[in-house]
Design a protein around this ligand. Structure first.
Ligand code: PLP
Length: 365
């Protein structure tokens, strides 16, 4: 059988080793006689799974002690409401939230936040992150929201010492909130420079249904009264993500992915691999004008690579040929068309090489 490489943007490829281990443990987790899916979330077995997952994620991202890690439900999009509901209460109402609009996902965040706060679009850039000098920030805003990797548009902030480039120059009191759904754990980050980081799991962590929130503890406790209790970050934190039943199986798989990441050398190793994979792929796309990309070089995503055939009448033939070679889910998001290759942590370089070979073959090189 042809080797399969899955370039889906999410839910996305998971490490083979993780899926193999999960399959082996499916019916009987570590001699407990139960599947992880069947366990009480308050029993000692699942508590040990939860604590290991929390500890490993904290270690991988070097999360400081004054930050809580929450394993929530509802996906990345629900955080677009839950973050305002939890954070705007730190300022007199109505508070303003600043946004940098770099693509579809920050656009959705902007739209949703408008239900709970005043929204200021501080800067817009669809093919590159707008330069910091152009940002029109609101004095005393509740926070500044960034989507540090735009999964659909392929715009990723460049980072400097674990912080989006240039942001070290922001006023101290600007509270940074970052949607890292599609590139978390692909590079080292300095968590201490953020107020809150969130990420849906289904891109680079595990199955859909788990949402990671990393939040500084002084930001807890000011949820608006209309915030549902199960989504009040303070209650979730106080109950170690078990105010209500957490997505137990998803947390278990995420925990296996964290162990896998540690065995691979952690996020520093992941970053080196991501750079190598992205360079390989962009070089093939740049070789001549058969393929085209739209994002400026310095903000090209290492995780999500949108590209277009110059002759779009060949799109169907391209996708059919890819599928025949075991290269799956390369069709671009419907809102932007074209193609997209997502090359998350679990995509081996062999998969990117197989795609590059096909790109060259299809272009007749
Ligand atoms: C996928 C994604 C989301 C939305 O995730 P859901 O789980 O579908 O709500 C939000 N932000 C980014 C950057 C994403 O890639």
């Amino acid at each position: 059988m042809t080797h399969i490489y899955n370039f889906s943007a999410g839910p996305a490829v998971l490490p083979k080793e993780v899926l193999t281990q999960a399959a082996a443990e499916m019916l009987d987790w570590h001699g407990s006689g139960m599947s992880v899916m069947e366990m009480s979330h308050r029993g000692p077995e699942f508590i040990s799974i939860y604590k290991a997952a929390e500890r490993d994620l904290r270690e991988l991202l070097a999360v400081p002690d004054n930050y809580k890690i929450l394993f929530m439900q509802g996906g990345g999009l629900s955080q677009n409401a839950l973050i305002p509901l939890n954070l705007v209460g730190h300022k007199p109402q109505p508070a303003t939230i600043d946004f940098i609009h770099t693509g579809s996902w920050s656009g959705k965040s902007i739209k949703e936040a408008g239900k709970y706060a005043k929204v200021n679009i501080a800067a817009v850039g669809k093919t590159a992150v707008p330069p910091l000098a152009e940002w029109q920030l609101t004095p005393d805003a509740a926070y500044l929201h960034l989507c540090t990797n735009e999964t659909i548009d392929g715009v990723e902030f460049a980072f400097d010492n674990g912080v989006p480039a240039g942001l070290a120059g922001l006023p101290e009191d600007v509270l940074l909130v970052a949607d890292m759904s599609s590139h978390i754990l692909s590079r080292p980050i300095d968590v201490s420079k953020f107020g809150l980081i969130f990420a849906g799991a289904q891109k680079n962590i595990g199955p859909a249904g788990v949402t990671i929130v990393i939040v500084r503890d002084d930001l807890l406790g000011k949820a608006l009264t209309i915030c549902p209790s199960a989504f009040d970050f303070k209650l979730v934190a106080e109950n170690e993500s078990m105010y209500n039943t957490p997505p137990t199986y998803g947390i278990y798989i995420a925990g296996l992915v964290f162990q896998w990441l540690k065995a691979q050398g952690g996020v520093a190793a992941m970053e080196q691999r991501a750079i190598a994979k992205a360079e390989l792929l962009y070089a093939a796309l740049d070789a001549d004008d058969f393929y085209q990309t739209r994002v400026e070089q310095h903000n090209r995503s290492r995780m999500n690579v949108p590209f277009y055939l110059k002759d779009e009448s060949k799109n169907e033939a391209f996708l059919a040929g890819a599928k025949a070679r075991g290269l799956l889910q390369l069709k671009g998001h419907k809102s932007v068309g074209g193609m997209r290759a997502s090359i998350y942590n679990a995509m081996p370089i062999e998969g990117v090489q197989a795609l590059v070979d096909y790109l060259n073959e299809f272009a007749g090189r």
